[in-house]
Design a protein around this ligand. Structure first.
Ligand SMILES: [Zn+2]
Length: 243
């Protein structure tokens, strides 16, 4: 994906990883300095994609503690020296269960438990090579889930909060459906009509989901009120998913 260059001083490449095809994103500043969002596993594949992208991974950002989002974080850290930042500390119990969960899902060794260097809180700012990203807490799928966004680029990395045409599961321990709906309508929608990279599947925009998502369309939630900022158009050539 290539966001509008006049507004977004970075490029994004999406690398689906693990048998769950989780969308790991590499955010590359013009200098080549990069952050990787949710390296869920297959660290070698992520490192190879980063190298071909001309990206030097300096930070690892996690939206939440699930195995397919955080299972490769420690391996990327060992390979690059980059610190692991996020999610919010309520996801500790998930981060400490990653290796066991992968074994339970029939893929022992796919990922390892993770100990972040820094937790994130609502309203925090992440800085990549002087480019600032906002952080909001969005519980519901997991209690410590965060969303990372860039205002000028109208782009958000939403993990498993929201998908194109769906929302995150809430049947896991400490998941809560009403809390997730509130996170989406009260935390995401007020950001405007952002384009978003979900944890799985294709990208979409908040505006499109507010029209047609069967769980959180405005006519279902009764939401009315977010400012309407236009989402950037996705560059079709560069949005081609990295395989
Ligand atoms: Zn998840």
């Amino acid at each position: 994906m290539n966001t509008n260059q006049s507004q977004a001083p970075f490029q994004v490449r999406v690398v689906p990883v693990t048998p769950l095809q989780q969308n790991c994103s590499i955010i590359r500043a013009p200098s080549g300095k990069a952050a990787v969002v949710d390296p869920g596993g297959e660290a070698d594949k992520i490192l190879k994609a980063a190298e071909e992208f001309g990206a030097t991974i300096e930070q690892i950002w996690l939206t939440h503690g699930h195995l397919d989002h955080a299972g490769g974080a420690e391996a990327i850290k060992r390979a690059t020296g980059a610190p692991i930042i996020g999610p919010e500390k309520e996801d500790t119990f998930w981060l400490e269960a990653i290796a066991g969960q992968w074994a339970q899902y029939g893929h022992p060794g796919m990922g390892e438990d993770c100990a972040p260097d820094q937790w994130l809180n609502d309203g925090d700012t992440l800085t990549l090579d002087r480019i600032e990203f906002g952080v909001i807490t969005t519980p519901g799928h997991t209690p410590g889930h965060v969303v990372i966004y860039h205002e000028g680029a109208n782009l958000a990395f939403v993990g498993d909060v929201l998908f194109s045409g769906s929302i995150g599961r809430t049947d896991f321990p400490r998941g809560d459906h009403a809390t997730l709906i509130a996170s989406i309508t009260q935390k995401l929608w007020p950001l405007g009509d952002l384009q978003f990279v979900p944890g799985h599947g294709p990208t979409s925009t908040f505006g499109k989901e507010r029209q047609s998502n069967p769980f959180v369309a405005d006519h279902i939630t009764g939401y009315q009120g977010a400012e309407q900022k236009p989402a950037n158009e996705i560059d079709q050539k560069l949005s081609k998913r990295w395989q």
